[in-house]
Write a protein that binds this ligand. Sequence first.
Ligand SMILES: Cc1cc2nc3c(=O)[nH]c(=O)nc-3n(C[C@H](O)[C@H](O)[C@H](O)COP(=O)(O)OP(=O)(O)OC[C@H]3O[C@@H](n4cnc5c(N)ncnc54)[C@H](O)[C@@H]3O)c2cc1C
Length: 166
Amino acid sequence: MTNIVEPGNQHETDVVIIGAGPCGLFQVFELGLLDMKAHLIDNLDKIGGQCAELYPDKNLYDIPSRPAITGQELTDDLIKQADPFEPTYHLNQLTSKIDVQEDHIQVTTNLDTVIKCKSLVIAAVPENFLFLMWKILKIKIFFILLKKEQTLKEKKFSSRAVATPL
Ligand SMILES: Cc1cc2nc3c(=O)[nH]c(=O)nc-3n(C[C@H](O)[C@H](O)[C@H](O)COP(=O)(O)OP(=O)(O)OC[C@H]3O[C@@H](n4cnc5c(N)ncnc54)[C@H](O)[C@@H]3O)c2cc1C
């Protein structure tokens, strides 16, 4: 039985997984093999990430051992595979705060669900993460161009220095 709980309560678990898409769901299975219990948080109102939200009826042809499987069938199978490890799902909630303490991590959602855990798995690529990556990339490009300009200037300067005595 899939355990979807109401928002706004306090919980304690081994691992919090942000994102209940295919990667988050399979994490439950892998962690379960290590005897670790997991709580999953997802912004969507359903389990399954992109597969369930964007293309539940579309066939996938690149899943090992499955010649064809729809997005929803894959989701249902992943939920079934995770179920024996009794995951707890917090849906319709955005992770809003991650507070890393010395002996635990506290994850809070925008609906005031608070989960204390030992480890955190981020199985999601939030938009602001992509934005941050883009910013880092832009800064890197700036420094590469700056370095190139400096090298060019140095080259010009040294050739002039060589040219002067002549
Ligand atoms: C139209 C389409 C067709 C595709 N077809 C294929 C295919 O044929 N074969 C294939 O292998 N792949 C396909 N893909 C890609 C595949 O769907 C993704 O690679 C896969 O869904 C990634 O799984 P995931 O668990 O990493 O992330 P996702 O499925 O994106 O799940 C991440 C979850 O995290 C949640 N989340 C994000 N940020 C937060 C937050 N701050 N708090 C709470 N929750 C959050 C999101 O709501 C989401 O549900 C397709 C994708 C699309 C869009």
